[in-house]
Every structure is written in C-alpha cells, then in structure tokens.
Design a protein around this ligand. Structure first.
Ligand SMILES: NC(=O)c1ccc[n+]([C@@H]2O[C@H](COP(=O)([O-])OP(=O)(O)OC[C@H]3O[C@@H](n4cnc5c(N)ncnc54)[C@H](O)[C@@H]3O)[C@@H](O)[C@H]2O)c1
Length: 253
C-alpha cells in the first residue's frame, strides 16, 4: 500500500522555520520526503543546511518578513525560481508578548496582529494565488494556539489570544473559499511547547503552567509534527477547515 503520509515530490514552505516549532516541523516534513523552503526574519540557512544534510532533500532559506506583502512576493518568486511552486504551506511565524491590556500601546497591539494574523493571511493568499494559477491543489496548515480557545493564566496576552482566535476562524473561512481550487486549509492549536518563545518566561510561571497541564509537562516541537504531516499529506484528503488541539489535555479540563 502507498504510504498516504509520505510527502515525496512535494515542496513544503515553512514560515518561522529558523528555530522552534518551525524548524523542528520542517525537519520532520523533510523526513517524510518533502523538499523544504524556509522563510524567516532570522537567517535560517543553518537550519536549511542541516535538514538537507540529514534528510537528503533540497532545502533553501529566504529572509522574509510575513508582515510585508512585497517581501513575501519577492521570496515566493525566488522559491519558484530555485525550487518550484510550493504544494504545502506550514504558516507558522508568530510572536507572543505578555502585557496587561491596559498597558499595551497601539503600536504593540498592531505589531502582534501584524505578524500573527496579517502575516498568516498575506502568506496564505500569496501561496494560494500561485497554486490557483497553476491549477493544482495544495495544503495550508496555520499555527493557531490553544490561546485562541481559552484565556491563559496568569499572564496577560490579549493581543496574542485575539490573533490566535482569528486564525482559527480565518482557517475555516479560507477552507470554504478555496475548496473549489483543491486547496485545503487546517490549523493546529498547540498548548505550551518548550521553545525559545517561552525560554525567557519566569521559571516560577512555567512551573505554574506545568501544574495546570494534565500531562504535567510542556510539549516538544517534534510532538506537533505528526499533525502537520497528516494535514499536509493525502492522509487528510477530505479534511479542511479543521483545528487540531495538541495541548497535553490543557483545554479539556
Ligand atoms: N511555544 C509555544 O508554547 C506555542 C504555543 C502555541 C502556539 N505557538 C505558536 O507557534 C509558532 C512558532 O512559535 P515558537 O514557539 O516556535 O516561537 P519562536 O520564537 O521560537 O519562533 C518563531 C519564529 O518566527 C519568526 N518570525 C517572527 N516574526 C516574523 C516575521 N515578521 N516574519 C518572518 N518570520 C518571523 C522568528 O524569527 C522565529 O524564528 C508561533 O505562531 C506561536 O504563536 C507557540
């Protein structure tokens, strides 16, 4: 039987792939057979080289700012030239500052919405336009968060929570709008995952989080990869508009 989870002959584009969840998932997509292009504000060439070396697939890194449609257009053009049209988009770049709602400035609010929501939308639309022109289908996996479903404690993060809730509904909306083009759109909603994003968080707060997670621990970035590969591959050919929560039971309580 053909392994329906394999991604051979696919090109996966991963945003925010220089480190953290993006980097770990990019490596697993490559293990499943995909070539990988990475977009990040940071230099992701070391990540790309390591993945190419370990998995024997083609990889490239591009400096892209997901808040800037012109930067995205340039980088998508470069990917098309170097590697072809991506079939899979892991739309994952994001930021997560903590601050009381009453202290957040308009600039700080707009920055979070700019990266987490506008960035997801600009990248998804640029990806979809190219697939529609080629008349081939594809798969988008957006990184939302359990914070789009619940309100975390004790930290204050109104802009983050609002942006992630919006991603979950944007995912459903684009899934419906692009169904006729064979472009599936799903999201993952991770719980607490041990990455650089939360490395700077006060250890006492992290300890509180761990007590609130029924699994008693944070997840690893690699523990998200199975869901992304499922959504990217033919295994999920009838699935679009879904949001898969991966949170060690946090939101079940
Ligand atoms: N770590 C967690 O607990 C957790 C939980 C739920 C959801 N998430 C989400 O997962 C995603 C990845 O988070 P992470 O923990 O790996 O964080 P991270 O900070 O380790 O990685 C985020 C990456 O996104 C890149 N990035 C930020 N702004 C960008 C921009 N404007 N353009 C291009 N790249 C940009 C960063 O340079 C970085 O490489 C985010 O969307 C985050 O909200 C994380």
């Amino acid at each position: 039987m053909k392994n329906m989870f394999r991604l051979d002959n696919r090109l996966a584009l991963v945003t925010g792939g220089a480190r953290g969840i993006g980097r770990a998932v990019a490596a697993k997509l490559a293990e499943a057979g995909a070539d990988v292009a990475i977009f990040d504000l940071l230099d992701a060439s070391e990540a790309a080289e390591e993945i190419a070396h370990t998995c024997r697939v083609r990889t490239n890194a591009y400096r892209a700012d997901v808040t800037d449609p012109e930067s995205l257009r340039r980088c998508f053009d470069a990917v098309e030239r170097d590697m072809g049209t991506p079939d899979v988009l892991f739309n994952n770049a994001g930021i997560g500052p903590h601050k009381d709602a009453l202290a957040v400035t308009p600039e700080e609010w707009n920055n979070v919405i700019g990266v987490n929501l506008n960035g997801i939308f600009f990248t998804a639309t640029e990806f979809a336009r190219r697939l529609i022109a080629k008349k081939t289908g594809g798969s988008i996996i957006n990184t939302a968060s359990m914070s789009g479903l619940i309100v975390n404690l004790p930290q204050r993060q109104a802009s983050y929570n609002a942006s992630k809730a919006a991603i979950i509904h944007l995912t459903r909306t684009l899934a419906v709008e692009w169904a006729e083009y064979g472009i599936r759109v799903n999201s993952i909603s991770p719980g607490y995952i041990a990455t650089d994003m939360i490395a700077s968080v006060d250890p006492a707060m992290r300890g509180m989080w761990e007590k609130m997670i029924p699994f008693g621990r944070m997840g690893t970035p690699e523990e998200l990869a199975g869901a992304v590969i499922y959504f990217a591959s033919d295994a999920s050919s009838y699935t679009s508009g879904s949001n898969l929560v991966i949170d060690g039971c946090y939101t079940a309580v």
